[in-house]
Design a protein around this ligand. Sequence first.
Ligand code: EPU
Length: 335
Amino acid sequence: MKKNISLKSYNSFGVDVISKELYEVYSEDEVLKTLNSLKDRKVFILGGGSNILFTNNVQTPVINVKIKGIKIISENNNHVSVSIGAGEIWDDFVKWAISKNLGGVENLISIPGYVGGAPIQNIGAYGVEIKNVFLSCSGYFIDTLEKKEFKINDCQFSYRSSIFKKSLKNKFIITEVVLQLSKNNHKINKSYKSLNDVIKSKKVKDPTIKDIAEIVSNIRKDKLPDPSIIGNSGSFFKNPIVSQDTLTKLKERFKELVFYKENEVKYKLSAAWLIENCGFKNIKEKNVSVYKNQALVITNLGNATGKEIYSFSQKIKSKVLEKFDILLEEEVNII
Ligand code: EPU
């Protein structure tokens, strides 16, 4: 346990707040011992800190899950099931899968954060979400220390959300995630427009797992700032989901509006487009800026405080509401 320690290197925004008590746990046993020692106290579970904005010092004990390990636990002709410790770096796992030519997570390359955080917000990029390869995850209820395995159908996965972000928010600590990857006959997903555009322009005939990983990784490098250089948390807001009626009205007023069909009755708007069209792209305020290549990303230019970042984000939100009558919802967890 570390006392009064800065969390600057524990969050990808690079915000300097103090944690009163920080516990780094490396095994399930340590998780149980730590939870036992903190019995009846509220705790805050921290993974890779890549989807969090700290706006204050953290008084509640912070548990940083560092459980490592990647192992194949079962295998048949076409698939493998892989168990991954919640404290593995997500991208290390993706690179492990690619090096073994196992398919399913290549579109999810270069996403910052730990494996344990991935199901919480059902991470997604370039046409794939973790739910597409998810088998189960296990861990402990914080108040009772009861162990539970959640199968895919228990997780209530939806766009950037799951049961762990809703009814189980701050109530369950994930220690292990099990994913299913393809060994043979892997179906490459090239449905996402910007990915497909590159495949076509480069004339890649039958893209392999490695090709997709390389292309996605390059697209991300162009659009998203590297959090180890410029503090950020990826998309700050979710892409809003609206009805056909709302879409029709918006399209009448804004001919260039960017949107996608979400399902039979709902449409997803590009939040980046809304923000850019409120004039925020590459705009700076104090130590905060909207990224020049992706208006959905807010960056810490140096020593921004969480409050400064939050206050700028709320200005963006108000302007989008005023101009488009759309209320953006934060993707980042504000603490
Ligand atoms: N666009 C703009 N202005 C911009 C950026 C984008 O108008 O500054 C428009 C363009 O028309 C572009 C479209 O928005 O074609 C889509 O942009 P992009 O492909 O960058 O995707 P996004 O919808 O902005 C989402 C995810 C990202 C994920 C990408 C790729 C959310 C909230 N964000 O962004 O996820 O990497 O798709 O799949 O769903 C994250 O969750 O932190 C994240 C980075």
